[in-house]
Design a binder for this molecule. Structure first.
Ligand SMILES: Cc1ncc(COP(=O)(O)O)c(C=O)c1O
Ligand SMILES: N[C@@H](CCCC[NH3+])C(=O)O
Length: 447
């Protein structure tokens, strides 16, 4: 008889802490001590679809869309497809009443092939190619967000009818996020800086093009932002700019797109952006700025990506080896790594990890979960606590991998990209199949 059979209450005391701020809301531990998401054991996914696999909780993602609509009833919510886009995801978010932001011909094609109404698509990109602008025109996308002077010229020449556009502005705001994803500061490649009249000049040129119908301004402060006050500053500066455009050109812009960037928790205790405080702050800032400039309140668009998809995802790995370095660390090496999650190497991101296929009563050990790739920096989680009896074959689960994992994945070391397995109501289905070595070989034109 096991200790757990004698003292069943020990089970809850010993099960891994699955923080609901980090794991999908449907995460539980079943009677066999295995972690389940949406009623499906992650260990079963590992057996059926192999490892690593991205697991995606459909209802979690849909629920986050609904929350946005409830918290921001008057705003347009456009899901940022760069976080994660498949036909199924495009369908789910639009069924939940969201619009879709795409930033390449590829993302546009996925959205269209899912049957998304092109009027609900917003086309982004700081270097849209002529082919991409033509594709956006042919599809009849609702709005194109203009990002450069070259684009103004090219788009005006490409269009055959009037097109609603926004001008992307960099409002000069440092939102205290990682440098690689801070896009509100003036000295970077996106948009036209407010500073030195550069945004004014872009607006003047766009208004001079009869086929470009300027309806609003756009800004995006960066990603993984956790403090709402940056958005107040953005509203302040953007409304001031819109008021100035009315003075200079007599044009009243009716749309203000504030981008996305809403931060989420990856590990227990991480700060995240509170959506209710964001709603209150935006409301307040808009009231204030619009009253100050006597400017009519514009329609707000928000473009969350990570905050919709991030927590719906969990990656499942299998342990391949455990290595104790005398005088050094213990490495738990898994069968994935920086090819399915480059965020640790790129941004020093932190993740939670849990043993998913069994319960262990072994004492916890501090370990580094390392990947399979040929780089010492290929680590998925550094100094995390896991049971000291981990062994090859065990299944580990990493939550918070719904956004910017599949979309950032590579085939480094000719390792095919993982499948995406959607889970819902105790069932699983593959949305994207695993990329095989045959797939990789098929791309070679000579041998
Ligand atoms: C224009 C634009 N909108 C929305 C997003 C989505 O950002 P996040 O996933 O951080 O919400 C991005 C990416 O940062 C972006 O560049
Ligand atoms: N790739 C970044 C987010 C980029 C946001 C897109 N502009 C991340 O994983 O955190």
């Amino acid at each position: 008889m096991t200790l757990l059979e004698i003292f069943p209450s020990l089970r809850s005391a010993m099960t891994p802490r699955l923080d609901p701020a980090v794991w999908p809301a449907s995460t539980h531990v079943d009677d066999h001590d295995r972690i389940t998401v949406a009623g499906v054991a992650l260990a079963d996914i590992a057996d059926q679809y192999g490892t690593p696999s991205y697991v995606l909780d459909e209802l979690d993602l849909r629920h986050r869309c609904r929350t946005y609509r409830e918290v921001f009833p008057e705003a347009e919510i456009a899901y940022a497809g760069k976080a994660l886009l498949t036909r199924a995801v495009a369908t789910w978010v639009t069924e939940e009443g969201l619009s879709l932001d795409v930033c390449s011909a590829g993302e546009l094609a996925i959205a269209l092939s899912a049957g998304v109404n092109p009027r609900r698509i917003i086309m982004h990109g700081n270097a849209k190619t002529p082919a991409e602008l033509s594709a956006a025109r042919d599809a009849g996308v609702g709005r194109i967000v203009i990002d450069s002077h070259a684009e103004i010229t090219l788009l005006a020449a490409t269009l055959t009818r009037r097109q609603n556009v926004l001008v992307r502005v960099t409002p000069g705001i440092d939102a205290h996020t990682h440098r690689a994803v801070a896009t509100g500061v003036t000295d970077q490649k996106f948009g036209f800086p407010l500073e030195h009249g550069q945004a004014d000049e872009a607006v003047r040129r766009v208004l001079g093009q009869p086929r470009l119908n300027l309806i609003g301004l756009h800004c995006h402060l960066g990603s993984q932002i956790t403090e709402v006050e940056h958005f107040r500053t953005a509203v302040d500066r953007m409304i001031a700019q819109m008021a100035q455009i009315r003075i200079d050109h007599g044009t009243i812009l009716t749309e203000l797109n504030l981008g996305g960037g809403h931060g989420i928790s990856y590990v227990c205790g991480d700060p995240q952006l509170d959506l209710s405080s964001l709603a209150a702050t935006l409301d307040d800032a808009l009231d204030d700025a619009c009253a100050r400039h006597r400017f009519p309140r514009p329609r707000i668009t928000l473009e969350p990506g990570r905050a919709v998809a991030g927590r719906a995802g969990v990656t499942v790995y299998r342990v391949v080896s455990v290595k104790h370095v005398t005088g050094g660390r213990t490495f738990v090496c898994v069968d994935g790594g920086m090819s399915d999650n480059p965020r640790v190497a790129l941004y020093g991101a932190h993740y939670s990890v849990a043993l998913a296929n069994r319960h262990s009563i072994a004492a916890p050990a501090v370990v580094t979960v390392a990947g399979r790739h040929c780089e010492a920096g290929d680590e998925l989680a550094v100094d995390v606590q896991l049971p000291s009896d981990l062994h090859p074959g065990d299944v580990l689960a990493v939550p918070g991998t719904g956004a910017y994992h599949h979309s950032l994945a590579s085939t480094y070391n000719a390792v095919g990209r993982p499948p995406i397995v959607a889970v819902r109501d105790g069932r699983s289905r593959e949305l994207i199949r695993r990329e095989t070595v045959e797939d990789l070989l098929r791309r070679e034109v000579s041998g």
